[in-house]
Design a binder for this molecule. Structure first.
Ligand code: FAD
Length: 370
């Protein structure tokens, strides 16, 4: 079997299948696993899947768990407007939320995939595929080819697998851009706080370890991604200036940052089915979330968990199996994505909305295993 894309959903798929004795090639166009990147906020339902994959014990040593979410005002003392109790959606013995560094998560997942027996192939870009009966013929950019009985496209928002399988999907901009930076953690930061109001849509931070956090600023589209690091630093300084409390310390430490991550919020959701014959897409290839509820990676991990459970418990790959897959995934993803987009809409409209209500309804849903 071929898994295209060694990101979160692809690595998770490879771990489960290889551990059960399936021969898995895990191919990624990058020449090496990512060495730098931003932080990530993993909700309990993501941690539940990571624990099932056997990586939680290692991961927990490289991050910061917490059980509440703060909402703050953009005033001189960063007034706490509300403290929302985090719901432990992964179960009582996992934190509600866990912040970590993306390259660390990637390393841990890829190590587990290799240890389970998956063959990791970096610098291997899928360029085309052709289905013939019960097999899929695949071509890679380096001219090599392969033949597989199943191809899982876990190759992200611009999935080449999705295109090659003839699946059409339109991705749209949500109307927001985000700046993210890794910085030292002020002692006062022990959970995520979101600053609502003020000149930006959102300003916030998430602890990722005893010494680190990542902080983010969300602004209207200005397409300013193509700046030098020095220019980006100046933008982050300027954008964060109206925010205080821990932001004052974060801003003061920015001179030492080595990279700033800039990206646009985009979204899409594939209607069922998510397969064409023996090619299926999961994760961001099937659904892309704005990060307002930190559910994109969580839903991608759930896709991997459900897909591999079905593949390992069915004797054959049938239309019924694919129907069961999307029946278990599509509506749940649509509901969670709808909530993440609702959060964006409130921010775009300057409407405070019912953020506590939104968080708790999503937490209720994702507390039930996928
Ligand atoms: C700004 C931002 C912040 C976010 N924050 C959070 C958060 O805090 N919590 C959360 O749960 N989610 C978050 N998300 C969402 C999360 O990052 C994604 O949902 C998740 O990374 C999707 O994983 P994936 O494995 O499906 O895809 P990806 O992570 O995109 O991985 C795809 C992989 O496929 C490879 N690839 C691409 N094309 C090919 C090809 N042709 N051949 C071979 N390999 C290929 C790529 O190199 C890549 O390694 C955030 C998203 C954004 C944009």
């Amino acid at each position: 079997m071929l898994v295209v894309g060694a990101g979160i959903s692809g690595a998770a798929t490879a771990i489960s299948l290889a551990r059960s004795g399936v021969r898995v090639d895990l191919a990624d166009l990058r020449s090496t696993p990512p060495a730098v990147g931003s932080g990530i906020n993993l909700q309990g339902n993501a941690l539940r899947v990571l624990r099932e994959l056997g990586v939680w014990e290692r991961l927990r040593q490289h991050g910061y768990g917490f059980d509440s979410l703060g909402l703050r005002a953009p005033d001189a003392s960063a007034t706490l407007i509300a403290e929302l109790p985090g719901i432990r959606t992964g179960g009582p013995d996992l934190p509600a939320t866990f912040g970590t560094y993306r390259p660390v998560l990637a390393r841990i997942l890829l190590d587990a995939a290799a240890a389970a027996g998956a063959r990791l192939r970096f610098g291997t870009e899928l360029t085309g595929l052709d289905q013939d009966g019960d097999t899929v013929a695949v071509t890679f950019a380096d001219g090599t080819t392969g033949r597989y009985d199943l191809v899982v496209g876990a190759d992200g928002i611009r999935s080449r697998t999705r295109q090659a399988a003839g699946i059409e999907l339109t991705t749209r901009d949500v109307g927001m851009e985000i700046w993210r930076v890794v910085a030292p953690r002020p002692a006062s930061v022990t959970r995520t706080d979101l600053f609502l109001g003020g000149p930006l849509y959102l300003a916030g931070y998430c602890p990722t370890g005893e010494k680190t956090l990542y902080a983010y600023l969300v602004e209207p589209p200005r397409h300013r991604g193509d700046l030098t690091l020095g220019e980006q630093l100046a933008v982050v300084h300027e954008l964060s200036a109206p925010y205080h409390g821990p932001w004052d310390e974060i801003r003061a430490s920015l001179a030492d940052v080595e990279s700033i991550n800039f990206t646009t919020f985009r979204t899409h959701l594939l209607d069922p089915p998510w397969n064409r014959g023996r090619v299926v897409v999961i994760g961001d290839a099937a659904h892309t979330f704005p990060p307002t509820l930190a559910q994109g990676a969580a839903q991608s991990l759930e896709d991997a968990a459900v897909l591999t459970e079905l593949l390992l418990t069915h004797d054959a790959v049938t239309d019924e199996m694919w129907a069961e897959f999307t029946a278990r995934r599509h509506d749940r993803v649509r509901t969670v994505l709808g909530a993440a987009l609702q959060h964006c809409r409130w921010l775009l409209d300057g409407d405070r909305g019912d953020i506590p209500g939104l968080h708790s309804s999503v937490a209720d849903l994702v507390s039930r295993p996928a």
